[in-house]
Design a protein around this ligand. Structure first.
Ligand SMILES: Cc1cc2nc3c(=O)[nH]c(=O)nc-3n(C[C@H](O)[C@H](O)[C@H](O)COP(=O)(O)OP(=O)(O)OC[C@H]3O[C@@H](n4cnc5c(N)ncnc54)[C@H](O)[C@@H]3O)c2cc1C
Length: 386
């Protein structure tokens, strides 16, 4: 028996003993995901227990170093843990932008003090983060951002506005791109962290077509941020921002594995419509989904080993989100007019149409599909100035 086999046996036994049965049921909606943070209300005792037990072992972030609240697992062990969790249908114990976006950026660019301070809190689900990148005039052209951070000696004074800030009204802290110099576009940006309860921060929810308000406009009016809360160097925040975007795109690409809602990547086993054309479309999607899952595993392994091409996150983001949009279109097509049912228990409160409408944003969030294709064209196909 290899060490990895032993690890699998022990992990399987531990999960069997510690993952509450309720946490092995498919997610019914976004509320079943645990986001953590100081304002989080657990949906059940099982959800609280599952987070507590996994965090205790560092398994909310299995591949982060133990010193920072992680599990210290190797990439192979992390894969075993994931496959063992998938085997019993275990829900993720914690979902957070701290894990998928800020944490990796702090591991690479943070000071030792910042790592020791923030990372264990992220791993335990104690801080919920939001991402302050986009502005009314700066989305695809992100480096055109105008939110200003002035150096006031012992602190930064932040003024400006962000938009499309997911969960800004529920987040505890924000990682925020600010302009600290106008001399160069990319070279005048700094990456700041601050508490959303700091005086001068306010949010205004934006209502979406799906009926929910997952994001906000976020306003900064003379917000004082301690000097120590900058990540990386002054005016070098673009490096941190781009690195984080790579992780964000990798995370969004996972939509291709089933939309992040606990559903299966393939549809065939769940849906058996009579219409032969629809059946053919479902079969084609299933083949693409299996190919994407294989490609995704390879990409994650290369990414973790630092061997992935810098533009491959864009390739994966494009492929995964387009696949997820197709999947949702097919669910709607197969459901006929019933699929539009919005508010009944039978339709699980309109899960299908809400997921379908939400999936429209997949090819916009984290950089649009057009922008990803430009990056692929330039860096992978070698086309000039795409
Ligand atoms: C669900 C969702 C969640 C989000 N969450 C956050 C968040 O938490 N924090 C945050 O900061 N932002 C967030 N965003 C914002 C997102 O990052 C931006 O919407 C995105 O970067 C596009 O910017 P924009 O909306 O300003 O569109 P624009 O940049 O104005 O683009 C408009 C259109 O022009 C196209 N276009 C622009 N430039 C080019 C080009 N060079 N070549 C070809 N086509 C081009 C685009 O593809 C798009 O179709 C979220 C967005 C969505 C949909």
């Amino acid at each position: 028996m290899t060490d990895l086999d032993t690890f699998r046996t022990e992990t399987r036994a531990w999960l069997e003993a510690n993952c509450p049965p309720e946490m092995r049921e498919p997610l019914r909606g976004e509320k079943d995901l645990c986001w953590g943070g100081r304002n989080w209300t657990f949906q059940s005792e099982a959800q609280r227990l599952w987070l507590e037990r996994m965090a205790e072992r560092g398994w909310t972030v299995p591949d982060w170093p133990k010193d920072y609240g992680g599990g210290g697992l190797s990439p192979e062990e992390t894969r075993v843990l994931k496959s063992e969790m998938a085997r019993i249908g275990a829900r993720p114990p914690l979902t957070s932008f701290g894990i998928s976006m800020l944490g990796p950026a702090l591991l690479k660019f943070g000071t030792e003090e910042q790592k020791k301070h923030y990372l264990p809190q992220i791993a335990r689900g104690e801080i919920r983060w939001c991402q302050g990148y986009s502005e009314p005039g700066a989305g695809s052209d992100l480096a055109g951002l105008q939110t200003k951070a002035e150096d006031k000696g012992d602190h930064w004074l932040v003024n400006g506005q962000k938009v499309w800030t997911s969960y800004a009204d529920q987040a505890d802290w924000i990682f925020c791109l600010t302009r600290t110099s106008t001399e160069s576009k990319q070279g005048g940006i700094s990456f700041l962290l601050f508490d959303m309860e700091t005086p001068g921060v306010s949010t205004k929810p934006i209502l979406l077509i799906s009926g929910s308000s997952p994001f906000c406009e976020t306003f900064f009016d003379d917000v004082k941020v301690p000097k120590s809360q900058i990540v990386g160097e002054v005016n070098r925040g673009w490096d941190v921002a781009k690195y984080l975007l790579g992780h964000e795109r990798g995370m969004i690409a996972e939509m291709g594995l089933g939309g992040g809602s606990g559903s299966s990547a393939t549809l065939g086993s769940a849906m058996k419509p009579r219409d032969p054309l629809l059946r053919a479309d479902i079969a084609a999607l299933d083949v693409d989904a299996l190919a994407f899952a294989a490609m995704s595993e390879r990409f994650v392994a290369m990414w973790k080993a630092g061997e992935a091409h810098p533009a491959s996150a864009s390739m994966m983001k494009y492929a995964g989100t387009e696949l997820n949009k197709r999947r949702n279109e097919l669910v709607m097509a197969a459901g006929g007019s019933d699929a539009l049912d919005w508010d009944s228990e039978r339709s699980k409160n309109g899960k299908a149409p809400r997921d379908w409408l939400r999936s429209k944003g997949n090819s916009i969030e984290g950089g649009t599909s057009e922008v990803q294709l430009n990056i692929v064209a330039k860096h992978i196909l070698g086309l000039p100035g795409a």
